[in-house]
Design a protein around this ligand. Structure first.
Ligand code: 2BA
Ligand code: 2BA
Length: 107
């Protein structure tokens, strides 16, 4: 089995959750916060059989979209206080980590 940790934008999380259920994937959704934008996002945990990892990643890919955000540099770095023009940041679709699982048990 593998553990997929998928960090997705809040705007995509409900649709992703619905499609994961529809396609038979079990998941847990945790509220999380991006370190750079300091904004809320969602982290999905999925315990998935090896042969279903690609299908799960396809569901994530299809339901999570890249968006552009503008941020004021001083919001990220206080020392950039003299830079007032917003900079463009591309966020998402999804950042996925795929980890080996030794064992999955339910009690
Ligand atoms: P939920 O996703 O809300 O699932 C609650 C219960 O509904 C599950 O209990 C299971 O009995 C049933 N269920 C969930 N998904 C299903 C599906 N695709 N088909 C048939 N029945 C389904 P538990 O298995 O004891 O899971 C309790 C909670 O543990 C789950 O809450 C979920 O948050 C987490 N979880 C379970 N398996 C997981 C996995 N493989 N990956 C990530 N999280 C998992
Ligand atoms: P945030 O940390 O809020 O980052 C939002 C977006 O800002 C990132 O989008 C990226 O385009 C940009 N960004 C982040 N850190 C940067 C840096 N040090 N320098 C320049 N630009 C930077 P994504 O890459 O799509 O990431 C979306 C969210 O996924 C992140 O939110 C973070 O919560 C998570 N994430 C991304 N890569 C990660 C990693 N290697 N480890 C843990 N979490 C990660």
């Amino acid at each position: 089995m593998k553990l997929i940790l998928a960090i997705v934008q809040d705007k995509d999380s409900q649709q992703l959750q619905a499609h994961l259920v529809k396609d038979g994937f079990r998941s847990t959704r945790l509220p999380s916060t991006g370190g750079f934008l300091k904004a809320g996002n969602s982290t999905f945990i999925l315990g998935v059989e090896d042969e279903k990892v690609d299908a799960a990643l396809d569901v994530i890919k299809e339901n999570c979209h890249t968006r552009t955000q503008f941020v004021t540099p001083s919001f990220i770095l206080p020392e950039a206080a003299n830079m007032s023009d917003p900079v463009e940041v591309q966020v998402g679709g999804a950042t996925c980590f795929i980890l080996p699982i030794d064992k999955l048990v339910r009690f």
